[in-house]
Write a protein that binds this ligand. Structure first.
Ligand code: PBG
Length: 325
């Protein structure tokens, strides 16, 4: 068999290509800040900015023209506290952003439900002492759930299409589904960050949100990167609890997990090409190690080939441009 016959020229290669990136499946993340006409750089994420709502609207007009259909929002609050009270205010940054976006655009809005950017300690859950007067702290799963419910509900009221719980608390999907249904938001979906690993790839994102945990790490709630079966258990739970779309995060170092889950799944599967993956490509390209466009196409196609239906990527906007020309 002469395998190279099918690779003879570009037309032929296009004709027999098994996987193709599409603008239709991309979700572009945004960091939203208070204020007017703000566009702040993030040192660890070249070409990504923290935007005030007015500038975010301009940005969405642009990506809509490029054909992008969905966005994922992260808020940076005015002030942080121990209990993330800014996260569920009717006039919080995300709630304002969603309302404005929905007034102006036909775009699918996913909104991240977590408290790490809203707490002074930077953890994704409410913190309590292990025992009275102990110096050890643990995350209070069930107290956190109460706050996550409030956040999700406030996003639904603002007009979000999907809420995306990412704090990795047990039963977060179930509790949020119940709250949404009780309040008449049966049509608001849940994108569950189901298999979210305790990863070193989140560094740039934490710089953007100033959400580094002030003590300890996230290993007691995010997954151990040595495990694959655990991801299947997490996914199964979330589907049982009512997830509409499930996610693997990060993506590039977890292609085996994407594939494994895809083989067992009958729901849409999303993969999050996270901040660290984005930064590696940007800085590598700046150093002249490779060409950014070709490297990005290779990585995102690999994520697709592994089995991701949807891809969340900071490269989504640039990719949409590249796919157009
Ligand atoms: C946390 C959250 C994180 C990301 C999205 N939501 C990271 C973390 O655990 O600090 C990471 C996204 C990225 O790195 O791009 N709730």
């Amino acid at each position: 068999m002469r395998l190279r016959r099918l690779r003879k020229n570009e037309l032929l290669r296009d004709l027999v290509a098994e996987n193709r990136l599409s603008i239709d499946n991309l979700i572009m993340p945004y960091f939203v800040i208070e204020g007017k006409n703000k566009r702040e750089k993030i040192n660890s994420m070249p070409d990504i900015f923290k935007l005030s709502v007015d500038n975010l609207l301009k940005e969405i007009a642009e990506i809509k023209k490029l054909g992008i259909k969905a966005i994922l929002l992260f808020g940076i609050p005015k002030k942080k506290d121990k209990f993330a009270t800014e996260a569920y205010k009717e006039n919080g940054i995300i709630q304002k952003a969603i309302r404005k976006i929905k007034e102006n655009f036909d775009v699918i809005v996913f909104s991240d439900v977590c408290i790490c950017a809203y707490t002074t300690h930077g953890h994704c859950g409410i913190i309590k002492r292990l025992m009275a007067r102990s110096k050890k702290f643990i995350v209070d799963n069930d107290k956190t759930l109460k706050i996550l419910k409030k956040i999700a509900l406030s996003y639904a009221y603002a007009g979000a299409d999907f809420v995306a719980p990412s704090s990795m608390m047990d039963e977060q999907v179930k509790m949020i589904r119940e709250t949404l249904d009780e309040n008449g938001f049966q049509d608001v979906g849940i994108l569950a960050y189901s298999a979210k690993y305790a990863s070193n790839f989140y560094g740039p994102f934490r710089e953007a949100l100033d959400s580094f945990p002030k003590f300890g790490d996230r290993k007691s709630y995010q997954m151990d990167f040595r495990n694959a079966n655990e991801a299947l258990r997490e996914i199964k739970e979330d589907i049982k609890e009512g997830a509409d779309i499930v996610m693997v995060k990060p993506a590039l170092a977890y292609l085996d997990i994407i594939r494994k889950i895809k083989e067992k799944l009958n729901l849409p599967l999303a993969a999050y090409n996270v901040s660290g993956e984005y930064a590696l490509v940007k800085f590598g390209a700046q150093k002249g190690l490779f060409e950014e466009k070709q490297m990005t196409l290779e990585i995102l196609t690999a994520i697709k080939r592994a089995g991701a239906d949807l891809i969340i990527s900071y490269h989504a906007k640039e990719l949409a441009r590249w796919l157009k020309d």
